[in-house]
Design a protein around this ligand. Structure first.
Ligand code: GDG
Length: 487
């Protein structure tokens, strides 16, 4: 198999967030790993590359935003065993309009089909351009001939074209982690913004999305917004073409499979089961987000308890919501709504000895996360819209015992790969209630049959295959384009 690293000098990852946050402690500066889908996936790839015995494999460079209060600690690059990190500092007011504004108050709701939550403020786009330009400055200060530049996600849609203009022969890959919506949605953006965003992405040699649907939507937008020709999955520009494809992101299957058998995980799992003192456990884990469908999920569970009184006292839903973006109004609203709904359901059905829902608003350690995945009987993953959703894949990879049932929303990108889950529509609370009942009563043989098929798929389609395929595609594409230009 072609190893993309053989031909490359260096890989530069550019993503809004650095893979770790920096904290000043009395012992100096300590790095803490960040959570989140992109970081989990790219970190797994980086760990593998950095563990390579080949000394010629250079360290990965990672450009990402860093909080201004850390400016005094680190103005320039710093590194750990996996990365050389290059912090990008942005003025606080610009950063706020960029991140809380353009990214999370406009692009995130719009691209997750919540247009009524989207706020189209003019200063947001100015800030977005400024921040993309700050990333460009950092990038151009370190880029060397032969480098592969892999730009990630919706925070940096303008950067591929900016880099292409600054360094015309750069090899650029761009991967989009959230859903790419249809033209009907993109059309809501002011004309100049949507043209700039689509044309910005097309600065890359290869553009990747999680699913074929998102690829089709992007291509539709390329035609409608920029009227560019498309031939065989390639967008044809004046002097080059851009390849667009689906590259479903995945997880480090082996890590989840093996670590979930660690002694510490087995102990914590046993503690959870003992503490809950019920026959069956349902879990969910998500960042706080209205796109994760948490309220509908709770309503589905409520309906299940209403319709199946025999299950009361016998099942507990352990719902972990990980703090996220809670300075933004819609996130505060959804948090309030979740907490009210949990309180109402617990008040309605709970007894002195039994709480129907055990809700926490916190971040779990990796051991706790694995213990949760393995202690439960059912994982209830019901986003209203999710680019991929890694939690469902991690749950499956952790079930070395071939037990447990996955209930999965048809609106998560992952549903296309995991047909052996119980696939539901998250807004259909009756369908959710029925799926919960079916999952709780599913016989072990059927659980094992479904779980084995899903595990087989994820073992083959793991995060290394994802990154390998993507890197190979854009490394090759960059070289081809350059040699085409030379002839
Ligand atoms: C975006 C897209 C796409 C979560 N809670 C804890 C924790 N996590 C880790 C999980 C998982 C990751 O965070 C969440 O990934 P998801 O994919 O589920 O969701 P997003 O953060 O919204 O990610 C998504 C992804 O990008 C990748 O392209 O799949 O659609 O929205 O890895 O394990 N980790 C720990 N404690 C927690 O409490 N340790």
């Amino acid at each position: 198999m072609h190893n993309p690293n053989e031909t490359l000098k260096r890989l530069i990852i550019v993503a809004y967030r650095l893979p770790f946050s920096i904290k000043q402690t009395k012992d100096g500066v300590t790095l803490f790993q960040n959570s989140g889908g992109l970081v989990s996936a790219v970190l797994s790839m980086a760990e593998r590359i950095s563990q390579s015995s080949d000394e010629n494999v250079p360290k990965i460079h990672w450009i990402g935003h860093c909080d201004n209060h850390l400016k005094t600690i680190h103005q320039s690059a710093f590194e750990n065993e996996h990365f050389v990190a290059h912090p990008v500092f942005v003025d606080d007011d610009v950063h706020q309009a960029f991140y809380e504004g353009f990214c999370n108050d406009l692009i995130w709701p719009l691209f997750h089909y919540f247009p009524s939550y989207a706020s189209f403020q003019e200063n947001y786009f100015d800030a977005y351009k400024q921040v993309n330009t700050r990333f460009l400055e950092e990038l151009t200060s370190i880029i060397e001939p032969g480098d592969l530049v892999w730009i990630h996600d919706s925070q940096l849609m303008l950067l591929p074209e900016m880099l292409r203009q600054a360094v015309p022969d750069a090899t650029i890959g761009y991967f989009f982690h959230i859903p790419f919506p249809t033209y009907e949605i993109i059309k809501l953006l002011p004309r100049a913004w949507r043209q700039a965003l689509i044309s910005g992405i097309l600065g890359a040699d290869v553009v990747g999305f999680h699913t074929t649907d998102y690829v089709q939507h992007f291509m539709q937008n390329v035609s409608e917004v920029l009227a560019l020709p498309i031939i065989d999955q390639r967008v044809v520009l004046a002097n080059r073409s851009v390849s667009v494809g689906d590259f479903p992101i995945s997880i480090d299957f082996t890590k989840f499979n093996e670590r979930s058998q660690d002694e510490s995980v087995l102990e914590t799992r046993a503690q959870y089961q003992q503490l809950l003192r019920v026959n069956k456990i349902i879990i969910s884990v998500d960042r706080l987000d209205y796109a994760k469908g948490i309220t509908y999920r709770l309503q589905g569970y409520e309906r299940f308890l209403l319709q199946n009184p025999g299950w009361r006292n016998k099942v507990t839903f352990v719902m972990t919501v990980v703090p996220s973006r809670d300075k933004i109004g819609h996130y505060q609203e959804i948090k309030r709504e979740i907490e009210e709904t949990v309180g109402r359901i617990n008040g309605l059905f709970g007894t002195i000895g039994w709480r129907p829902i055990v809700y926490s608003y916190l971040s779990l350690t990796f051991t706790e996360l694995l213990s949760m995945y393995t202690a439960c009987d059912v994982a209830l993953i019901t986003p209203i819209r999710d680019g991929m959703n890694l939690v469902c894949k991690e749950f499956v990879a952790s079930r070395w015992d071939n037990r447990g049932v996955l209930i999965l929303s048809e609106l998560a990108g992952a549903a296309q790969e995991l047909p052996d889950a119980l696939i539901i529509n998250p807004t259909d609370t009756q369908e959710v209630a029925t799926a919960i009942k079916n999952a709780l009563t599913m016989l072990p043989d059927e659980q094992a049959l479904r779980m084995k098929k899903m595990r087989q798929h994820l073992q083959n389609h793991n995060v290394f295959r994802w990154s390998h395929n993507f890197l190979a595609a854009f490394a090759a594409s960059g070289e081809n384009q350059r040699s085409d230009l030379a002839t």
